[in-house]
Design a protein around this ligand. Structure first.
Ligand SMILES: Nc1ncnc2c1ncn2[C@@H]1O[C@H](COP(=O)(O)OP(=O)(O)OP(=O)(O)O)[C@@H](O)[C@H]1O
Ligand SMILES: [Mg+2]
Length: 367
């Protein structure tokens, strides 16, 4: 299993110094408003991804009066009893500089840290995955593609580079030939990205159906995932589409079609999930998406993910909290959960549960 054994956070928002040994099961952090609960979840996310989910600006993350933040984790994963991996991962961010470390060596590769620390995040904002534009859904899908296909990241980087150049040429209204210089790069990479995404969603769908049934048995219809590539369905030749569409894109000043416009639509009985599910069901649906992704990740890489859940009671009612916690135990997923009240979280297995109180960024173990 994959788990964080030891976590150290320094000078991160209101957390001067947080140090804790985590359990392989439930890690429950209890604190009042402004105690620093989201900050702890955010710090782990920053280590795993290099970014915050609350702000793009490092200045807001570094504790006032300090010059740099540090997050450090000892991560352990065992594929089998014999084959185990142990890594010490760290990030230090100042206003000018980010330093990443793997096992005491400096690295420039955030994606290697991400591979060693596969975390998923559920926050009170997570239902926006359904509500907002396609970006969050693309990120969700690409998280899976990144972890399961080593080709994905280089393809995506090449695509982004080509797209940036092409968009600049369009924006500057450069001659047609200079825009089209990038078409081949875009087409080649987009088609491969498209293949990886399609096959990922195909593999994910049966898991999603299972977890939707487990969390929302009241829904009689199965969920349908409709993948959209980022260009019209009937397109046979993407290169030709770029050529035919040139005048329009020239006027728009950016690339209209491509892998950067992909999306997924989730439907129940032919209706978009966002239009047919209640707010609570939307939250459960996002839980089902994450659990499906976690299960598929386990199946393919033989390595479970770590689940971060900020403010669980705000997410779900009592029955569904219990269901989710049961599923996390069964799936042997290490989970780090925050709540304002201990009584709202059922402790299913005291043996692998650690509970902390958090007060003004200071953490104390209570069990
Ligand atoms: N850069 C910073 N330096 C010091 N303190 C900060 C910084 N950024 C935010 N804070 C403070 O950190 C505290 C913790 O915020 P956080 O959002 O983590 O609390 P929380 O426990 O999740 O609260 P809630 O239950 O309201 O969601 C807040 O009081 C906030 O003002
Ligand atoms: Mg919070």
């Amino acid at each position: 299993m994959t788990q964080i054994n030891q976590l150290t956070i320094q000078h991160f928002r209101n957390c001067q110094q947080v140090q804790c040994e985590l359990s392989s099961g439930l890690n429950l952090i209890i604190g009042d408003n402004a105690a620093g609960k989201t900050s702890i979840i955010e710090a782990i996310w920053v280590l795993a991804t290099g970014r915050s989910f609350r702000t793009p600006k490092t200045q807001y993350l570094i504790q006032h009066q300090q010059t740099a933040l540090t997050v450090f984790a000892e991560v352990h994963s065992s594929h089998t009893k014999i084959h185990t991996k142990h890594h010490r991962l760290g990030i230090q961010k100042s206003l000018q500089h980010t330093q990443l470390r793997i096992d005491s060596e400096t690295t420039s590769s955030q994606s290697t840290i991400a591979q060693h620390l596969p975390v998923q995040l559920l926050t009170p904002e997570s239902h926006k995955l359904l509500e907002e534009g396609p970006k969050a859904r693309r990120q969700f899908m690409d998280w899976g593609c990144f972890h399961q296909s080593p080709d994905f990241m280089p393809l995506w980087r090449n695509y982004q580079r080509g797209l940036k150049q092409r968009n600049q040429a369009l924006k500057k209204k450069l001659p047609k030939a200079q825009v089209q210089l990038w078409d081949q790069t875009l087409v080649e990479n987009a088609l491969k990205i498209d293949q990886i995404r399609q096959s990922y969603l195909e593999r994910l769908t049966p898991y999603l159906v299972t977890f939707c049934q487990a969390l929302m048995p009241e829904l009689t219809e199965k969920v349908i995932c409709q993948y959209r590539a980022g260009w019209p369905k009937n397109t046979e030749d993407l290169m030709q589409l770029y050529q035919l569409n040139f005048n329009k894109e020239h006027a728009l000043g950016h690339t209209q079609y491509g892998a950067h416009r992909a999306d997924i639509r989730f439907k129940f009985s032919g209706q978009e999930a966002i239009n047919t599910l209640s707010r609570g069901q939307q939250k459960l649906f996002v839980c089902a998406l994450l659990l499906a992704q976690a299960s598929l990740h386990e199946k393919i890489l033989n390595e479970p993910v770590i689940m971060l859940i900020d403010d669980l009671p705000a997410e779900l009612d009592k029955t569904h909290r219990l269901k989710l916690l049961e599923l996390l135990q069964v799936l042997k997923i290490q989970h780090i959960i925050t709540s304002t009240s201990k009584s709202l979280i059922p402790i299913l297995n005291p043996e692998n549960t650690h509970i902390w109180n958090l007060y003004s960024g200071k953490i104390t173990r209570t069990n």
